[in-house]
Ligand binder design. Structure first.
Ligand code: MSK
Length: 635
């Protein structure tokens, strides 16, 4: 299997091979064949009488020591993955909410409220009085209400209940999956899946859905507060891929998820004093900040900062020999970065107390002294630059233009150039007329288990050809950005006639002089809720619920537990959701059947597991066709 279809990735990996440096692909090869019990979800380590395992072929024991059968093991395993994903998004969201509170209390001077309109919109939505109140008072109440969503309370989470359709709320109430606290939902999932608690696989899965809806609330909260503190994204043009590194600059990569640190580093990197220091050290182009993974998405859409690469290829940025510092916050950061950094002059810098890596320099980040930390980080990178070996610099000359920053507000803004009074009308009219056949949200990661980016590339071409409007977040965004799919040129090249006409009409009306990009960049992983907001607005306008819309989701290369949580809430929201990698559930017929079929009877959404990208695109088009028929539209 080819490692990647990205020439920049392949070039950097070749550098590694020449230098005898192991990458993620080598470590994957060393793991093969991977454990068949684990791959099918049939191993359990939840107690010390284990580990237990059940053969997926039916030979050997039919249950673990406690009597947990295959259905119990698999449902408990997947439920714990959802809980871990929710804990990650919950931790991120809580960090944002605490910072908003500190900002309101005057304890975080580097975090002023940058988007007052968004603050008021969120406040009005969650029931905070905005009438004649100052921004700090409103922010205090918004942050307090957000933080209340973490512990158990006797009403649904405001960040979820106020952002979905009435029909969804009724469905969630009917099946008893309304979470009453983000942290309490995680705790409940861990409790019910521990030794000797819930052993009904369907009940366990309903618990997982309840936890996944808490994940949705956390994601929405994180996005809302990021917009309040750093501004709601608007479209910007930038570049993506390793070619964005500069030979004559101090190159700093910001990697992870939370914009609290990266946004400040991006601001400080623009300071003249910092650039003068870099130049004095011999970097004639000053400081060059680039992004990796979702932190990369956050700074790309708010600061036009170029994206170097995404998840699976994160090591390649160091392998160019031109990276002076890799600065990480939390999530999706490979521990291997420290060892690879040691093979070069690259300084790995950790910043969060919960995410330290041995041998990295730890510059702990605090909101009260954010700019001070950012300056220290940049000075550390400048010191590392002085140790760079110019003979080892090998930056692949590969990068693509990428337009980023299509927040919900930006999409509505662009549509309002076509119809000021009723911005959704052009979108809905085109869906009804069949010019837009349906909508697909691409989300999720890159994985070593498939050729990097191959699924994304094949699927987007096929769907766009069939007039499916494409939205993207997370490392899916990174893949499309690196391959030039986030450009007007890609629209001209790949869009079917109906899709091309709409993207062109909106782009022209918005004064872009050409069409909108083929793939609309909506942000990081937590920003999947931006896409949900668009779908909810369309559903409300049409007077239908989400499970009736010709809208689908796809994670062609999922990796993390966060992706499991997001996929689960997408299904609960009523979306048919494609996975390009088989999750560890095949050991249980009951779990496989619930996730791929029965979930549809409950929520309207379900998982479609299809590793072949062309077949996956065909299946998604068939689902869209079925939904169109259900709405009485041409199929
Ligand atoms: S960074 S969760 S590898 S999308 Fe959000 Fe990428 Fe997946 Fe992490």
């Amino acid at each position: 299997m080819e490692k990647s279809i990205d020439n920049a990735t392949l070039s950097a990996v070749e550098n590694a091979e020449i230098s005898g440096i192991q990458t993620v692909w080598d470590r994957y090869a060393a793991q093969l064949p991977q454990c068949g019990f684990g791959e099918t979800g049939l191993c359990c380590r939840h107690c010390m009488q284990g580990p237990c395992r059940i053969s997926p072929f039916g030979d050997g024991p039919k249950a673990g020591v406690c009597g947990a059968n295959a259905d119990v093991m698999v449902s408990r395993g997947i439920s714990r993955a959802v809980a871990a994903g929710t804990a990650s998004h919950g931790g991120h969201a809580k960090h944002m909410a605490h910072t908003l509170l500190k900002s309101a209390m005057g304890e975080a001077p580097d975090y002023p409220i940058r988007d007052e309109a968004k603050l008021k919109a969120v406040a009005n939505r969650i029931g905070v009085n905005t009438n004649k109140r100052d921004m700090k008072a409103i922010a205090m109440d918004v942050a307090t209400k957000a933080l209340e969503d973490f512990s158990e309370k006797d009403s649904p989470l405001v960040c979820a209940a106020t952002t979905v359709t009435k029909g969804r709320v009724d469905t969630f109430l009917k099946f008893g999956v309304v979470p009453t606290g983000i942290d309490s939902a995680i705790a409940e999932s861990m409790h019910r899946t521990t030794y000797g608690v819930d052993s009904d696989p369907v009940n366990i899965l309903l618990g997982a859905i309840r936890c996944a809806l808490a994940d949705y609330a956390a994601c929405h909260m994180a996005t809302d507060i990021a917009d309040i503190l750093f501004g709601t994204p608007t479209p910007v043009a930038t570049r993506a891929n390793l070619g964005v590194l500069k030979k004559n600059a101090v190159n700093i990569a910001l990697h992870g998820h939370n914009p609290l640190l990266s946004d400040i580093v991006a601001q400080v990197a623009d300071e003249k004093g910092m650039n003068d220091k870099a130049k004095a050290a011999g970097a004639s182009d000053g400081i060059n900040v680039v992004g990796v993974c979702c932190t990369g998405n956050e700074i790309m859409m708010r600061h036009k900062i170029p994206m170097a690469t995404s998840s699976v290829s994160q090591e390649t940025v160091i392998l160019t020999g031109a990276l002076d510092a890799m600065v990480v916050d939390y999530q999706c950061i490979m521990p291997s970065l420290s060892g690879i950094g040691e093979c070069y002059h690259t300084q790995l810098i950790t910043t969060m107390p919960i995410a330290k890596i041995p041998k990295a320099v730890h510059i702990e980040f605090h909101e009260a002294t954010a700019k001070e930390s950012a300056r220290k980080i940049i000075e550390t990178a400048i010191e590392a630059f002085k140790k760079r070996d110019p003979n080892r610099v090998n930056i692949p000359d590969v990068s693509s233009t990428a337009f980023a920053g299509f927040s919900t507000e930006a999409i509505m803004g662009a549509l309002s150039f076509v119809n000021k009074e009723d911005p959704l009308k052009p979108l809905i009219d085109n869906i009804v007329a069949g010019n837009i056949y349906g909508v697909c949200l691409f989300a999720g990661c890159n994985t070593v288990k498939v050729t990097q980016d191959a699924n994304y590339s094949a699927m987007v071409k096929e769907l766009a050809k069939n007039n499916v409007l494409i939205l993207a977040t997370g490392c899916a965004s990174g893949a499309f950005a690196r391959h030039g799919f986030m450009t007007p040129e890609a629209t001209q090249k790949y869009a079917g006639p109906g899709l091309k006409a709409l993207l062109n009409a909106v782009g022209q009306a918005a004064g872009l002089g050409g069409p909108l990009p083929l793939v609309l960049h909506m942000g990081s992983c937590v920003d999947n809720t931006r896409a949900a907001d668009v779908a909810v607005a369309v559903a409300n306008k049409l007077g239908v619920d989400l499970h009736m819309l010709p809208v689908v989701a796809s994670a062609p290369e999922p990796v993390t537990e966060k992706a499991v949580a997001i996929g689960t809430w997408a299904v609960a929201a009523g979306l048919p959701t494609h996975l390009g990698v088989v999750p560890p559930v095949l050991g249980s017929k009951v779990v496989t059947e619930v996730l791929t079929s029965a979930a549809r009877d409950f929520f309207g959404g379900y998982f479609i597991v299809e590793p072949d990208p062309m077949k996956a695109a065909e299946k998604l088009i068939a689902v869209i066709s079925e939904r169109r028929k259900g709405l009485g539209l041409s199929a």
